[in-house]
Write a protein that binds this ligand. Sequence first.
Ligand code: NAP
Length: 497
Amino acid sequence: MDAHTPPQASHDILDCLVVGAGFSGLNVAIALQRSGRRYLVLEQAHDLGGTWRDNQYPGAACDVPSHLYSLSQVPNPLWSRLYAPQAEIYQYMHYCVDTQGIRSALRFGVSVAEARWHSDKNCWAVASTDGKVFYATSLVIATGALSRPRMPGIEGLDQFKGPVIHSARWPKDYSLAGKRVGVIGTGASAIQIVPVIAGEVQSLTLFQRTPAWILPRGDRAITEATQQRYQYHPQQMRRHRWRLYWGHEWRAFAFTRAPGLLAQAEKQALKHMQRQVPDAALRQRLVPSYRIGCKRILLSDDFYPALSLPQVQLVDQAVVRASANGLVSADGREHALDVVIAATGFQVNDVQTPFEVYGRGSQSLNHVWKDSGPQAYLGTVVHGFPNMFLMTGPNTGLGHNSMLYVIEAQTAFVMSALLTLEKTRAVAAFDVKAEVQQHYNQRLQQRMQRTVWNTGGCKSWYLSADGKNRTLWPDFTFKLRRKLAQFDWRAFEAIET
Ligand code: NAP
């Protein structure tokens, strides 16, 4: 049997299949579980956690405060720090799974080969690479926006005789002690890695193509007294979360409507640099030439001090090629290395789903998006792909607040859609109208014109090759949440049973 074969009986058809067991897949699973629906979560790895399972590099931590970066339905009064380290977030995800009773619905080691809409049965058939087929009325693709590492396309890197490690594929128990290490990149991953490994290595050469704007992090341990207070007075924890949310949310105004206001944040970042980098010549090489916020604003208290260590060298040149012995920078210098660390980010704009998705008329999602670029309605549903939801889909990313807020808003939409569908008995499926999706994206791209991401003078992973931003949400997050709160038939075509 393959995905082309229709299901034999209706009891073989689940209410919902979720692909991916990261935060978004798990949050949908919790909602499905609470509503008593029949569902499964397919996960290609042998463990849950998504990005928080994969990113185990030294220093990995969240740059959104812990009490905001957690699920509102599974509050955790025991966060140990203002900004939780990777291991604690990963543990928290396991805690969510166990306390919400969804573990038995997780199927690990199931790598999806394709998902196909069956018009005759109005259901999805999802085939795994080992030949199993799962059927469900609805499909949630929760495979994550930042899940496929991007290696730097550096000529000759395969000739380098040492290991080349991507930040999101850090080998377990690997020691860098006494090694000459090259780090490529100065993004959110690199600035967390560099201070931690700098004390261990023989030498660290940091290749900076573009300097980053960095603000103070102010991380600290959360005291036991506070933990207890949150445990016994959960309303205080909720109030704290609420304050954190608004403390981040107001920035959307400057990011999306008035980038000029961000000049104040640039001053703060420059002061931070001045305090932490005594060498004026080094400081000059670290000053970005674009508006703060155009790329993700980084938070760190230990990255700049690490750059002043005698064993750390900053190369503010692009890497042009690799040799057997190391990396060659644009000025022609060869830097001898034992290990290369590629903190070079993720494939975001190229391929959208890690497997083929065939909708109505057997059209493939990647084919549909080939010319138009990734587009959806509310970042969640796509015309031609009935009863399908994309978690963290096109234009749902954030540069200023917690992605879990968006994930929760999308989950509410999934549940509202499923409920509406079940209540409308003569209807088997919904499909967002093409003109609604088109109009939505036109307006969204218009709004994008004035954002700091499009006007700030930088080249970031937010933008695709044609300069369009199909990654971020260009407004306040509460507005997206409001739009996602209720499934509205007016935007959809009903497919009858
Ligand atoms: P990134 O932001 O895409 O940064 C990649 C870095 O590698 C950039 O400095 C880039 O330089 C550089 N680079 C890429 N290819 C290169 C090449 N061929 N030669 C030289 N330099 C090259 O990747 P990331 O740091 O992994 O972060 C990705 C995203 O993950 C973040 O934006 C964030 O959303 C998420 N993240 C979050 C956290 C957290 O704390 N929550 C932590 C880590 C990551 P250019 O700037 O010149 O392109």
